[in-house]
Design a protein around this ligand. Structure first.
Ligand code: TYC
Length: 104
């Protein structure tokens, strides 16, 4: 008389909330043979809000080693600042360039 019902327990696929932080991006200063040292320092102070001493040290590192990591930001900020700094140099006729790359 009484009907038997089979209850199949539902396997719940609970999605684990992903709270991974978005990657940070490095802004990298590239050396060149033409941009005056003082102009590099000015751009670092203006765009990256560095003090004179830090800006000078960063400029010197890029000058000696070819590149120097300036700072890390969220991707859009890193891209905007790198472009702003590169454009500023371009507007003065200097080949000074900044690039971005993701952190490990
Ligand atoms: N190498 C340049 C010079 O001798 C100065 C310079 C330093 C340029 C750092 C770019 O990222 C740079 N005038």
């Amino acid at each position: 008389m009484s009907q038997q019902t089979t209850v199949t327990p539902r396997t719940r696929t609970k999605t684990k909330p992903k709270t991974e932080r978005p990657k940070l991006w490095k802004v990298i200063l590239l050396n060149d043979d033409y941009t005056p040292r003082e102009f590099v320092v000015t751009v670092l102070k203006l765009v990256f809000r560095m003090g004179e001493e830090r800006a000078y040290a960063v400029m010197l590192t890029a000058h000696r080693r070819g590149v120097c990591v300036i700072a890390v930001y969220a991707k859009d900020i890193a891209d905007t600042k790198a472009k702003e700094a590169t454009d500023l140099a371009k507007s003065k006729g200097y080949p000074l360039a900044f690039t971005t790359e993701p952190e490990e």
